[in-house]
Ligand binder design. Structure first.
Ligand code: UD1
Ligand code: MG
Length: 459
């Protein structure tokens, strides 16, 4: 009787989730044109008032509309070209278009290309200067470096999606994409100083030159940001959702910086806003199609694009420490994943939660021979079980210690949430993760604006 009810439920869900019921609706061309024309109004208004921030907001609205229309248009083309992924947590495992990050990434780049001349034209108008030596080349260099790195990451991310690269190859991709940023940074600014916390100033002085380590640090930030978003993934809406929350936090942080009254900080914050606003807009359009039940997948292309955008904004906006505060869930997920990422414990191809017969997501599992693990691997397993981070699934407790196979939940934040909260429906798990991300970003603000003054008192 019970089995009959469950089967009926599963059949119903399968009906809801067939590929045909979740294909992207193609809007009619005239409707898209009307939306795009409407979105052009704020752009014209802002240009008429010579308001550069208003222009950035207007172009961002336009990029949202363009992304939304293009996702609907390009998704079927990507699927036809073979770029479709299996939605692993749906009954019937439908195939849906993948790598839509390439569409929103392209719209983002075009938006910035269109926007870029305006802040510089306004410089000529405001200063009335015709002297090219006074032109803010350094600022132009910052934009060029940022765009080159984001553009390279988009290209490499798409290559990863198409070629399905191995993890040992994937790791170096962001390092390659950061090269334009590092090289342009070297030839234009070259500042490698960091402010020393007040507790260490007696030994190191107020400012410390990190030299070549500053470049390694910048590369590490880029590698971390890109991969940490890519490994906190696998549930509809999670990749873009977390990026939207981080982006919103960075926008709020930049707006606070603009009101700080310090000219250099204000300048950096405007730079950050001009990049973050269109990023938020195109991501919002993608989120609409990627939220449960997903009509499209974002692909590694989007994860890398998002990570690199945050990295360049954090580095060139000079708030990489604050950026890390907004990445607390990703830092936790990365540290938690270390035993699997570094091969101490086997790492299956997919660690995303699995769909149970009750239609809810359950933590996914990994099985291995306990005695086949290195000493470090065994300690990691024991420690994570003791801390309640992973759940041991083996029926007979401690039997694995006598040679039996051990089964534990995978070492990821999403599985951890399911261990603690119990099985959840896919959209509820995504909401729980986004709530956690928002709470962490709020704590990040608290640390940045209250606790950090203990280490870096305002001058
Ligand atoms: C990373 C994770 C992997 C996780 C995968 C999910 C590590 C080391 N790797 O691998 O554990 O399973 O991301 O993205 O942590 N998918 C869904 N639903 C979604 C999103 C993705 O089913 O909402 C599936 C689809 O089959 C899609 C595939 O995941 O095709 C994409 O996986 P991919 O991005 O290639 O995996 P990795 O980034 O290598
Ligand atoms: Mg991925």
């Amino acid at each position: 009787m019970m089995i009959g009810i469950v089967n009926e439920k599963v059949a119903l869900m399968a009906k809801d989730n067939t590929a045909s019921s979740r294909t992207v609706n193609k809007d009619s061309l005239p409707r898209n044109i009307v939306w795009i024309l409407l979105a052009c109004l704020p752009v014209c208004l802002a240009w008429y008032h010579r308001d550069i921030l208003g222009l950035s907001i207007g172009l961002s609205i336009l990029s949202y509309v363009a992304s939304d229309a293009m996702i609907k248009g390009v998704a079927p083309m990507l699927a036809e070209a073979g770029r479709a992924g299996t939605d692993l947590n749906k009954v019937g495992r439908p195939k849906i278009p993948e790598s839509l990050g390439v569409v929103v990434g392209t719209v983002f780049l075009v938006t910035i290309f269109l926007f870029l001349p305006f802040p510089f034209m306004s410089w000529f108008l405001e200063t009335g200067s015709k002297d090219s030596l006074e032109f803010p080349f350094q600022r132009l260099g910052e934009y060029t470096a940022a765009l080159l790195s984001i553009c390279s990451m988009l290209f490499l991310g798409f290559a990863d999606d198409v070629l399905n690269l191995k993890w040992r190859h994937k790791v170096v991709l962001p390092a390659i994409a950061t090269l334009p940023l590092l090289i342009l940074y070297r030839v234009t600014f070259g500042v490698t100083n960091v402010v020393v916390p007040i507790q260490f100033r007696a030994q190191l002085g107020p400012i410390f030159d990190l030299g070549v380590f500053y470049y390694l640090y910048m590369a590490a930030v880029a590698i971390f940001c890109t991969h940490s978003i890519n490994i906190l993934a696998g549930v509809n809406g999670v990749e873009v959702g977390q990026s939207l929350v981080i982006c919103a936090s960075l926008i709020i942080h930049s707006v606070i910086g603009i009101f700080s009254g310090i000219v250099a900080v204000k300048d950096h914050c405007f730079f950050a806003l001009y990049i973050l606003l269109p990023f938020f807009a195109v991501s919002l359009a993608l989120f609409k199609s990627n939220w449960y039940p997903a009509k499209v997948f974002v692909g590694d292309t989007y994860c890398y694009f998002a990570g690199m955008t945050f990295a360049v904004v954090g580095i060139l906006g000079h708030f990489s420490k604050t950026l890390m505060l907004f990445f607390l869930p990703q830092i936790f997920n990365f540290l938690f994943s270390v035993p699997q990422l570094f091969g101490l414990i086997p790492c299956p191809r997919h660690r995303l939660p699995r769909l149970g017969p009750d239609g809810k997501l359950h933590p996914s599992e990994v099985s291995f021979d306990y005695h086949g693990l290195s000493a470090l691997g065994q300690v990691s397993v024991e420690l994570c079980i003791a801390l309640g981070l992973v759940k041991e699934i083996s029926k007979c407790e401690h039997d694995y210690k006598h040679g039996r196979e051990m089964v534990v939940t995978n070492f990821t934040l999403l599985n951890f949430l399911l261990v603690k909260l119990g099985p959840l429906h896919e959209d509820h798990l995504a909401m729980a993760l986004l709530l956690f991300q928002s709470l962490c970003c709020t704590s990040g603000f608290f640390i940045r604006y209250h606790i950090s003054s203990y280490f870096f008192p305002p001058s």
